[in-house]
Design a binder for this molecule. Structure first.
Ligand SMILES: [Zn+2]
Ligand SMILES: [Zn+2]
Length: 352
């Protein structure tokens, strides 16, 4: 008998995926998105009092190694259909009250404070985002291992009432699946990061991030996959080799546009991650997972339902796709890929 264990949020879940974005430079995709064929991001969820809020949880400004002021960075997201943005400078907590006074608008746009807690172990980079931390977090230094360094940062973020997410494991080939397996009290993992040198797809003998995610889920680790920009560069639009904005985002299913509501939903898996594919809804019951795509122009879509071990259970080319649980899947997640290579990742539902 199939049974839901995690991630219930008003009957919805999401998943992740990480490859496939490659072909088009983002600015071209933005230009296409601005054309008449493209629907705007739809906030309402049919039949629900909850809404989708589109956001990015990983962005830099001049307060660390970004190329633009916080005002310019926030303005970009405000003008490009996002509902929230977390500013995450390296080891610096950028103030957001003034930014919200200018750009914030009730139920329309919110800036959330955050920090990329940035440390290393020997040659390995260990970056953990702290979302909505109450004060600046000191990175863990001189720990005994990569795992201890990650855990120190996760614990410090929790202590500051923030929500951690582990960033770009393959950046400088730093964090292995075995490292990630050992981390406690972390629920979110970047499975897609828009920075051009973070190796989302893996390479050589190193697995890509979607494969890493499946490995961890298969080992019983509850992790939800997020997509982020890690934007640093706002002054080179059209350059795919620069860390520009608009490449990876999440749509969070929440009751209101407020930091706690958004972050609680993220930690329950009440969201989907995307490089451009939009969903109307994700529904989960005790017996099935249903994904409804929001078609765009003449793009075609393929929905894949995936179980333990990363095995594909079922494929559909219909805009509304359902997988009925048989029992024994371990977990069921879904990806939606469009004919331009963009992906949405629906979070896993845990099925005994
Ligand atoms: Zn980083
Ligand atoms: Zn970063």
């Amino acid at each position: 008998m199939a049974r839901r264990q995690f991630g219930v949020f008003d009957g919805v879940w999401l998943v992740i995926g990480a490859l496939g974005l490659a072909a088009l430079p983002y600015v071209e995709r933005t230009a296409a998105g601005a054309s008449s064929e493209a629907p705007l991001f739809e906030q309402a969820i049919p039949g629900s009092t909850l809404r989708w809020y589109k956001g990015n949880t990983h962005t830099h400004t001049l307060n660390s190694d970004g190329d633009s002021t916080a005002d310019e960075v926030v303005r970009w997201y405000r003008e490009h259909g996002y509902h929230f943005l977390v500013l995450t400078d390296h080891n610096f907590l950028t103030a957001v009250d003034g930014l919200n006074a200018v750009h914030g608008a009730n139920e329309k746009f919110l800036v959330v404070k955050g920090e990329e807690v940035t440390s290393s172990f020997q040659s390995k980079s260990v970056h953990v985002n702290g979302l909505n931390v109450s004060s600046q977090v000191e990175p863990t230094r001189n720990a005994a291992s990569v795992v201890a360094t990650i855990q120190g940062n996760v614990d410090a973020i929790r202590k500051a009432d923030g929500v951690p997410h582990i960033n770009h494991p393959n950046f400088q080939w730093s964090i292995t699946p075995e490292d990630l397996r050992q981390v406690k009290n972390n629920r979110l993992l970047e499975v897609y990061n828009g920075h051009p040198t973070v190796h989302n797809a893996g390479g050589g003998s190193v697995p890509g991030l979607e494969q890493v995610w499946d490995q961890l889920l298969s080992q019983g680790i509850t992790l939800f996959g997020i997509a982020v920009d890690d934007a640093h560069t706002f002054k080179q639009p059209g350059n795919p080799d620069a860390a520009g904005p608009g490449r990876g985002w999440v749509a969070v299913r929440a009751a209101r546009l407020e930091p706690r509501a958004l972050l609680d939903a993220l930690e329950r898996g009440a969201f989907y991650a995307s490089t451009g594919v939009e969903l109307v809804d994700v529904k989960s019951s005790a017996t099935a997972l249903t994904v409804e795509v929001r078609p765009r122009g003449d793009f075609k879509y393929r929905v894949r339902f995936i179980e333990k071990g990363g095995q594909v259970l079922h494929e559909s080319i219909e805009p509304t796709a359902t997988y009925t649980f048989k029992g024994g899947e371990g977990y069921v997640r879904a990806t939606v890929t469009d004919s331009g290579g963009r992906i949405a990742w629906v979070q896993p539902v845990f099925v005994k």
